[in-house]
Write a protein that binds this ligand. Structure first.
Ligand SMILES: Nc1ncnc2c1ncn2[C@@H]1O[C@H](COP(=O)(O)OP(=O)(O)OP(=O)(O)O)[C@@H](O)[C@H]1O
Length: 552
């Protein structure tokens, strides 16, 4: 059992859930317990009343007592139904807690996490986790609790009214039944895990395919992709079939143990009725109780099985939950920028494949744009990833106004720095939302940022202006428009440092010059570092840093 893997998310989510939903959970628990008590009280009363019919003529009190029995039956039914719906209500608040906790956790994941997992796969793991937790809580409330109360009360009655040996047989049967369920769940778990892994793999595949749908069509790869998807789905299906069949193999054992329980008990009981030691009412009570006792054992068994299934379902969720997060900095140094100087001191970083960047050593000051140039694959974007704290330098260090970047908190740093990446990511929302991105809204600021990014005239010319929705990943805009929106976004909050990674590569020469001239005008107040392949954008006064590929 990967207890270390599942314990932290379980603890976090369930404790938050108990805090939020304790009142409704208490009401559900009470309703369940009352339902279970009345379910036992009713047959007990009935068996005693039956014996009264034999012993005395039917009087009004006996009729009234039978009416009480009818009321008890109704109450038991009503309590159980009410508890069912109340439990359903609690499951929605559990979903809320699970989804929001998972999302909060995702926000802090390291950048690598999003290179390894696509959105569909993440969504699928989240949904499986939600389902798993729900099953556990629902079963704990709707099965384990009332079943345990019922088993306990029925046993007390059996022991008191009938005999201890019968109660003992029931206990032995119940324990064997539950042990058998546990064993069956353990034996079949490998099939369950395989099925869930395969379905998770399938979700990852869907995410990949959706991201590349147009490309796949254009290369006539749809048939190949459909085949690949069917293979993954069929691996999941086979896993589920093996799991179900493995359980079917156990059914004969379950049938045998039930037969044994009834046979042995009746074999002991019937002669006692014949000898007058037990009444017919006792026999009726026994039969009802035995049936009722088996029901909670079955519920308990089902709960164990469901919990075992939920455990496997919860694993992809727990793995994502536990994946490394961005490092948090102990005792960060507070950042007050004066000169906005960014200095790389012999910075080096190698990915696991050995590629990356070595010995980057340069200074970016205000007063001119600092251009980083170098061959493709030289490590220019890697330097930006280090500057944006997606990872830490393995050698050397980056300083900002003399402070080690590693000691500056992410929050402080991202207030000072703004980046325009190579691959622009826009939300499927309005232009205004994409520029402001949750920061305090200021109309004048937004227009000024759009002017500096040379996109204001374009936006004003749209029917819906800043309220125009940009489509999935911003694909209703051209590449150049997307880049300019991203530049406006970077400039919106007047950052102290701006990083541009090939930020003007999709622009025509005139627009590019326009934007770079706008930026040159503010480069006395803002440190600007730009990666470019186009040497034509570099002006004589700009600072040029050439990065050589890592040859070691
Ligand atoms: N996440 C990653 N995992 C492994 N290797 C990587 C990763 N990202 C980049 N690399 C490798 O590190 C090297 C430097 O990549 P980087 O993207 O920094 O180069 P670049 O100079 O920006 O290239 P380009 O000009 O083509 O954008 C390349 O050889 C690249 O294959």
């Amino acid at each position: 059992m990967d207890i270390k893997l599942i314990a932290p998310p379980l603890k976090h989510i369930l404790s938050r859930y108990l805090r939020d939903a304790w009142l409704i959970l208490t009401i559900v628990t009470l309703t369940m317990a009352l339902g279970a008590v009345s379910a036992i009280a009713a047959p007990y009363l009935f068996s005693r009343l039956i014996d009264q019919i034999e012993a005395s003529p039917v009087g009004t009190w006996l009729v009234a007592a039978f009416m009480a029995y009818a009321i008890l039956m109704g109450l038991s039914f009503a309590f159980q139904r009410a508890a069912g719906f109340l439990t359903f209500m609690t499951s929605e608040s559990l979903n809320f807690v699970t989804a929001t906790s998972f999302f909060e956790r995702l926000i802090d994941k390291s950048s690598d996490f999003f290179l390894d997992h696509n959105p569909t796969e993440i969504q699928s793991a989240e949904a499986k986790g939600e389902e798993a937790l729900n099953i556990v809580v629902q079963f704990a409330l709707a099965a384990l609790l009332p079943a345990s109360v019922q088993v306990l009360l029925s046993l007390v009655l059996l022991g008191n009214v009938l005999s201890l040996d019968i109660a003992l047989i029931v206990v032995v049967y119940g324990i064997s039944y539950i042990a058998l369920v546990y064993y069956a769940s353990k034996v079949t778990r490998k099939h369950l895990d395989a099925a869930i892994e395969a379905s998770q793999d399938s979700s990852k595949f869907i995410g990949n395919a959706i991201g590349a749908m147009d490309t796949l069509r254009q290369f006539n790869s749809s048939v190949w992709m459909t085949g690949q998807f069917a293979n993954r789905q069929s691996a999941a299906l086979k896993g589920w079939q093996r799991y179900a069949m493995a359980h079917v193999n156990f059914t004969i054992l379950f049938g045998l143990s039930l037969t044994l329980q009834f046979a042995v008990t009746l074999w002991l009981l019937v002669p006692r009725v014949a000898a007058g030691e037990l009444t017919i009412g006792d026999l009726v009570l026994f039969n009802t109780l035995l049936l009722q006792l088996n029901m909670p054992f079955q519920m308990l068994g089902q709960a164990i099985q469901q919990i075992a299934q939920s455990y496997s379902r919860f694993l992809p969720f727990a793995r994502m939950w536990q994946a490394p997060e961005h490092e948090t900095i102990e005792n960060p140094v507070s950042l007050t920028l004066e000169n906005g100087q960014v200095r790389f001191r012999n910075v080096g970083f190698r990915y696991a494949n050995g590629r990356g960047v070595q010995d980057a050593d340069f200074t970016a000051d205000r007063g001119a744009i600092t251009y980083i140039t170098g061959d493709t694959g030289a490590g220019k974007s890697t330097l930006f990833k280090l500057l944006l704290k997606s990872m830490q330098p393995q050698t050397g260090r980056i300083e900002v106004d003399g402070i080690d970047l590693g000691k500056i908190s992410r929050k402080d740093w991202f207030t000072a720095v703004a980046a325009v990446p190579q691959d622009i990511v826009l939300l499927n929302d309005t232009l205004a939302t994409n520029i402001v991105l949750g920061r305090p809204f200021d109309h004048a600021r937004m227009r000024r940022a759009a002017t500096r990014a040379a996109i204001l005239d374009f936006i004003d010319g749209l029917d819906e202006g800043f309220d125009t929705v940009v489509g999935e990943r911003g694909l209703k805009l051209s590449g150049g428009e997307r880049q300019r929106i991203a530049i406006a976004r970077a400039l919106y909050a007047d950052p102290a440092i701006v990083l541009l990674d090939e930020a003007s590569s999709a622009l025509d020469a005139e627009t590019e010059k326009d934007i770079m001239d706008q930026l040159r005008r503010i480069c006395d107040q803002v440190t600007i570092i730009a990666i470019t392949h186009r040497l034509s954008v570099i002006a004589p006064n700009d600072n040029v840093v050439h990065i050589a590929p890592d040859m070691s």
